[in-house]
Design a protein around this ligand. Structure first.
Ligand SMILES: [Zn+2]
Length: 121
């Protein structure tokens, strides 16, 4: 892949293209709840959340890794939140919700190819 990744828009494209390859991944069938101040709430799947493209890639922060590993000398890890924003269908205000998985954790999950169903037939 020679595509230059500059900025968050490109990373968004990467996520959306990974999603297309993983549309049957059971991980993406997990639900996230969107709640509006007006009382409206909606459950959508991770897949719908991300494939809508209505999310923003937040500011990356450095944090201390919760994992202790001999191979990792530097214990700080990068965490980039994904923030969904969509208009409330009821009151038209913006609903914002943070995706429960950071960008750094999401990408490896999406890069794992689902098992070939023929192997289990
Ligand atoms: Zn609302």
């Amino acid at each position: 892949m020679s595509k230059c990744m500059n900025g968050n828009e490109s990373m968004k494209d990467v996520i959306i293209s990974l999603l297309q390859k993983n549309r049957y991944n059971t991980f993406l069938k997990n639900m996230v709840v969107l709640k509006c101040e007006c009382g409206f709430s909606e459950k959508i799947t991770y897949y719908d959340f991300l494939s809508s493209g209505e999310f923003e890639i937040g500011q990356t922060i450095q944090t201390i890794s919760p994992f202790i590993s001999e191979s990792i000398h530097n214990e700080t890890i990068r965490v980039t939140p994904l923030n969904l924003s969509r208009d409330c269908p009821s009151c038209k205000n913006k609903i914002t919700e943070m995706f429960p998985i950071s960008l750094e954790n999401l990408i490896p999950i999406l890069q794992m190819q689902p098992p070939d169903p023929i192997m289990y037939g």
